[in-house]
Write a protein that binds this ligand. Structure first.
Ligand SMILES: Cc1ncc(COP(=O)(O)O)c(C=O)c1O
Length: 453
């Protein structure tokens, strides 16, 4: 009998680069994932890893969640999908659910898309249509996706990338408060006030002030490096938007569904945005995204000018409802707060014991650890950060780096993580940090990853 051939990571990865375009390829580690469950993933060669990356904070409910699998299995024999041209029940019931859980004490409606970027693109479009204006306000180092308007409105893309894609020119980037790297002698709240003042001064310029359709923001800037703004900054944004008639778009694609210790991160700040965008976790693994907002804004896009064929996907909507019910039933937002406190405590111990750990910050289980050359200079070190994640990967923990200097370890495990798993992961991190400090991880590993730059 012919023996079954064992497929290796390396062989498939070679094919990947032969057949798949570089524009969608952002690969940190040379492993092909075969299975995922809870807080663990397994590669095709059978190696097991604890997952602190969670497909970029996309599986708050844990991988391959039993309740979601059950709901899908029950539904799949009836239908996989039928969209747009006729009605189906799950997308209607999901919209009702979203309208009820998304903050905002006004009448709301929902639009569906398939990715976070597409949802943001749609939110910006309806804001343009609603206001009849053309300027978009965003923030430096923000990330909102790769669709045209949102690539144009994401501060994290380099000027040459914007140029290459002929980005939408009417986008203005404001400064987002980075309280760790704020100017010396200024308190975080005061720093927020200074930056709000800069926004106001821009809007007071006639050509801009009357022309801004929307300000899109992350309530905690994720890819910028887990930047938690002072409360008064977000409250101030609301006031500015009211004063100038600007649509305030809260991008909860990374922060939503319990990640930060609240169902939505905006709840930490006590304001109501006009529009909230959802993605990643919404579909519990299915490609689903949504724009939820004031009825009159959502309905300002003319019929058949938004969305795509599979928007409001049948099985995706069923998965989404099962995932949201799981979060609510198990109070995963509270769990994120509890486990987040524990994990932050453990990470702060690492900070106390290691010269290259500059800062530990975040909310709930959305945590960033800044890696620096040393505590005196606090000079960001993306090289050391990359070496740490490489050594951690070798020892069974998956994390990535991000942040405006590429030096922040991204810590975003499923919200279902147990203390023992946290302890094991922190042990791996400690060993990786020590190895990097002792010069045991060579420069050659840097070329093995396509890391956040
Ligand atoms: C805050 C935020 N907005 C939007 C997006 C884009 O989502 P997607 O990759 O599903 O298009 C991301 C993805 O990383 C994100 O973190």
């Amino acid at each position: 009998m012919e023996q079954e051939k064992r497929i290796l990571n390396e062989e498939l990865i070679e094919k990947y680069w032969k057949y798949i375009g570089v524009g969608i390829s952002f690969k940190y580690f040379p492993i092909v994932i075969k299975k995922s469950k809870g807080c663990r993933i397994w590669d095709i060669e059978g190696r097991e890893y604890i997952d602190f990356l969670t497909s970029a904070a996309s599986f708050n409910i844990g991988h391959t969640n039993d309740e979601v699998v059950k709901a899908i299995k029950q539904a799949i024999d009836d239908m996989i999908d039928y969209d747009q041209y006729l009605y189906h029940e799950p997308s209607i019931r999901l919209a009702e659910m979203l309208v009820n859980i998304v903050p905002g004490s006004y009448e709301k409606k929902v639009l569906y898309e398939l990715s976070g970027g597409a949802a943001n693109d749609m939110a910006l479009k309806v804001a343009l249509a609603f206001t009849g204006r053309k300027y978009i306000g965003s923030f430096e180092d923000s990330y909102h996706g790769t669709h045209y308007l949102v690539l144009s409105s994401s501060g994290s893309f380099k000027p040459e990338t914007r140029y290459k894609y002929n980005a939408y020119p009417y986008v203005y980037f404001f400064k987002y408060p980075d309280t760790f790297r704020r100017p010396r002698g200024i308190e975080p709240e005061e720093y927020g006030e200074i930056l709000l003042g800069e926004i106001e001064r821009t809007l007071q310029v006639d050509a801009y002030g009357k022309g801004f359709a929307a300000i899109i923001f992350e309530p905690i800037q994720g890819d910028g490096g887990v930047l938690v703004p002072p409360k008064s900054f977000i409250v101030g944004l609301r006031k500015i938007a009211d004063e100038y008639g600007i649509v305030l778009i809260d991008d909860e694609i990374q922060t939503g569904f319990g990640r930060t210790g609240k169902m939505f991160a905006i709840e930490h700040f006590g304001i109501e945005p006009d529009v909230v965008t959802l993605g990643k976790n919404l579909g519990a693994g299915f490609p689903m995204s949504a724009v939820v907002g004031r009825k009159e804004i959502i309905d300002s896009g003319p019929p058949n000018t938004l969305g795509s064929n599979a928007s409001g996907h049948y099985l995706g909507s069923i998965a989404a409802m099962a995932g949201i019910e799981y979060i609510i039933k198990n109070r995963l937002h509270d769990r994120a707060e509890l486990m987040g406190e524990y994990l932050m405590k453990r990470l702060n111990e690492l900070k106390d014991g290691h010269e290259i750990v500059g800062d530990v910050r975040g909310k709930g289980l959305m945590i960033g650890v800044e890696i620096v050359d040393d505590k005196d200079s606090l000079k960001p070190s993306s090289k050391k950060a990359q070496k740490i994640i490489w050594r951690a990967y070798e020892n069974g923990l998956i994390m990535m780096t991000f942040g405006k200097y590429g030096n922040v370890l991204r810590i975003a495990p499923p919200l279902t993580i147990e203390r023992e798993e946290i302890d094991k992961a922190v042990e791996i991190m400690e060993k990786a940090i020590s190895d990097v400090e002792k010069g045991k991880v060579g420069d050659e590993v840097l070329s093995k990853m396509v890391a956040w730059q």
